[in-house]
Design a protein around this ligand. Structure first.
Ligand code: ADP
Length: 263
């Protein structure tokens, strides 16, 4: 399903970014994990976050999904349809409104172990979004078919490979019809031979026009799929740019060192 097929999730018209993040800051105790993170993301674009472990990438994603509450900064979705200033009190309703706009794909899949594949995918649409079971199941099956897992509909997560589990994780996120797909190192728990099947699905979603924020160490994927790459270190964006430029001609010493270690 392409993002625009969803009736309540039409693209944002004009030049308003789908996502606008300004001055995001977060500390855990006296550890400043994010310091003034700024970026925008247009509808249908893919933003990739790279950086060393502990640089704050996951905290950025979790802040976008309402799983983490930043100390300061603003997040605006769809030209202010959801607008949050974290410097002030944020109501539970506002946090839920933010969460409703995005869906997260986790490093460790986070499937419900006691539910079948089909139940994992339809749980959110049926229980949270109150969609009709028949519709939710039909859409889930169509999505599972697309990632080659229709025959696993009644399997439990423990019966699947990591790559299959993560493809279910992606289908589960897409089935929520979010405006924004968030990926938190989706392939870093996988055996190397299973990484490709997950990246292929992600690439197809990008080509279909999904708006995506991806935390990954897969630089080849980033280079092919990202519209923009942010390099984070120590909770700040050290460098940003188109992947072609950032990977071939980084301007910052820290970026060069990081890339040299990975390439
Ligand atoms: P990355 O995704 O780049 O590896 P994270 O956003 O996961 O980085 O973490 C950034 C820093 O914040 C790390 O030093 C991490 O230990 C710390 N951190 C993350 N979550 C918590 C938490 N709930 N409590 C305390 N420290 C945390």
């Amino acid at each position: 399903m392409s993002p625009t097929e969803s009736p309540s999730r039409a693209s944002t018209p004009g030049s308003t970014p789908l996502l606008e993040v300004r001055g995001l800051a977060k500390s855990f105790g006296d550890h400043e994990v994010l310091r003034s993170i700024d970026f925008t993301l247009d509808t249908g674009k893919v933003l990739v976050l790279i950086g060393p472990s502990g640089s704050g990438k996951t905290t950025v994603l979790r802040s976008l999904n309402g799983l983490e509450q930043p100390d300061a900064g603003t997040v605006s979705v769809a030209g202010g349809e959801v607008a949050i200033d974290f410097a002030g009190p944020v109501s539970a309703a506002t946090r839920l409104a933010l969460r409703d706009r995005s869906a997260m794909v986790f490093q460790h899949y986070n499937l419900f172990p006691h539910l079948t594949v089909l139940q994992n995918v339809t749980e959110g649409p049926i229980v949270v979004q109150k969609r009709a079971r028949a519709d939710a199941e039909a859409e889930a099956m169509a999505l599972l078919e697309r990632v080659g897992l229709a025959d696993k509909r009644d399997a439990f997560p423990f019966e699947l490979s990591g790559g299959q589990q993560q493809r279910v994780g992606i289908v589960r996120a897409v089935a929520l019809r979010p405006q924004l797909l968030l990926f938190d190192e989706p392939t870093s728990s996988l055996d190397p031979e299973l990484v490709g099947e997950v990246l292929t699905v992600m690439k197809e979603l990008a080509e279909e026009g999904w708006t995506m924020v991806v935390v990954t160490h897969e630089l080849v994927f980033a280079r092919e799929v990202a519209d923009e790459v942010l390099f984070l270190d120590g909770g700040v964006i050290v460098e940003r740019g188109a992947p072609e430029r950032l990977f071939t001609a980084p301007t910052q010493e820290r970026t060069k060192q990081f890339l040299n270690r990975l390439l």
